[in-house]
Design a protein around this ligand. Structure first.
Ligand code: SF4
Length: 335
């Protein structure tokens, strides 16, 4: 059986169920890289120039961990999944960059996803990818339809049950109910509701963010994330704040930020990567909106290779202290 390696980085958190369903429907076996470690980050960093953003360095570390474990590595170039809304330039040349900096890699399976070129080109690209496994176009079509359904189910599972991508992935396949029960029974009394906004590869990579979600939960916080909102909620919040989106990730930063600043959260934490152009613009817009509204506390957390755990812990504690004090004051005023 052909083994396809999928790095647990970048678009993994958005599309893993989709890709896994597609490849398995075509008879392949999927191998996922392990969670990020310091060694993976160091190895990934050693292949690129220093000012490459942290998520790309982490991605390369994951790719390196898949060498010798699979027959192919899947590295798509996702340019655009919505008309006239574009991905960060790092994603556009990902297969070429990966090939260039990791020459010892097994062959790369790539696909160019650009919805602006029309549906016909998209189908052709999917068929071209599927042809590596079968010459039967109906089999490829069936695999792509199953993959699309898996994507919709995954999104629906997260938004309707308030799950993060790792929790939803953990519940696949067929064991979702066990996971839903597990994650819906919050064992700790809630003292604050904190929304975290940003790219999934920053929010859910526990090594990169120093276990941000775990730390918030240990501090008796209920954590909300962009994936817990529906596509419609994210889209309408983005439109309210900036009009038409230009970047693919505006919804998970600006849309989620605008939504949670106005409803459901005592505080919002914006997580971004040092040196990321799109993030610095988008997070600043959310910060300005938080200042304008003046109702919900906002803090941004910038992550990079040398971000110290102690620094993250100190900032979190200070932020939560401020929120708890604010809540106590509100209760006192009401009383
Ligand atoms: S959006 Fe920012 S963090 Fe993400 S890949 Fe692009 S530059 Fe890196």
């Amino acid at each position: 059986m052909i083994r396809i390696g999928i790095p647990r980085a970048l678009l993994y958190y958005q599309y893993y169920p989709t890709w896994k369903t597609f490849f398995e429907a075509l008879g392949a076996e999927v191998v996922v890289s392990p969670p990020t470690t310091q060694a993976m980050l160091s190895e990934g960093s050693s292949r690129v120039v220093a000012d490459t953003c942290l998520p790309v360095k982490v991605f390369l570390g994951h790719i390196l961990s898949l060498v010798k474990k699979c027959d192919y590595v899947f590295v798509p170039a996702v340019r655009s999944v919505k008309r006239k809304v574009y991905n960060c330039s790092k994603f556009l040349g990902l297969p070429d960059m990966t090939k260039a900096v990791i020459p010892e890699l097994p062959p790369i399976l790539d696909i160019d996803i650009d919805i602006n070129r029309g549906k016909r080109e998209l189908y052709q690209a999917i068929y071209k990818l599927g042809r590596r496994f079968t010459w039967n176009p109906f089999k490829v079509r069936q695999a792509s339809m199953a993959a699309w359904q898996a994507h919709l189910d995954y999104r629906q599972l997260m938004s309707s049950h308030g799950l993060t991508p790792p929790q939803a992935i953990e519940g696949m396949p067929g064991t979702a109910e066990t996971q839903l029960e597990k994650h819906s029974n919050h064992p700790i009394p809630i003292q604050a509701t904190i929304a975290i906004i940003g790219h999934p590869y920053l929010l859910y990579d526990e090594f990169t963010n120093h276990r941000l979600i775990y730390r918030l939960e240990q501090a008796h916080s209920k954590v909300l994330t962009p994936e817990m909102l529906t596509t419609e909620e994210l889209g309408s919040a983005t439109t309210r704040l900036v009009g038409k989106a230009y970047w693919t990730y505006e919804e998970e930063v600006i849309g989620a930020g605008e939504h949670y600043l106005k409803s459901g959260a005592d505080g919002v934490i914006g997580v971004m990567a040092f040196g990321c152009g799109p993030d610095s613009v988008m997070m600043n817009m959310v910060r300005q909106q938080a200042n304008r509204l003046g109702t919900t506390a906002f803090m941004s957390l910038t992550l990079e290779e040398h971000t110290a755990e102690a620094g993250v812990v100190t900032r979190l504690e200070a932020f939560l202290d401020m929120i708890h004090r604010r809540k106590r004051r509100q209760v006192a005023v009401c009383a």
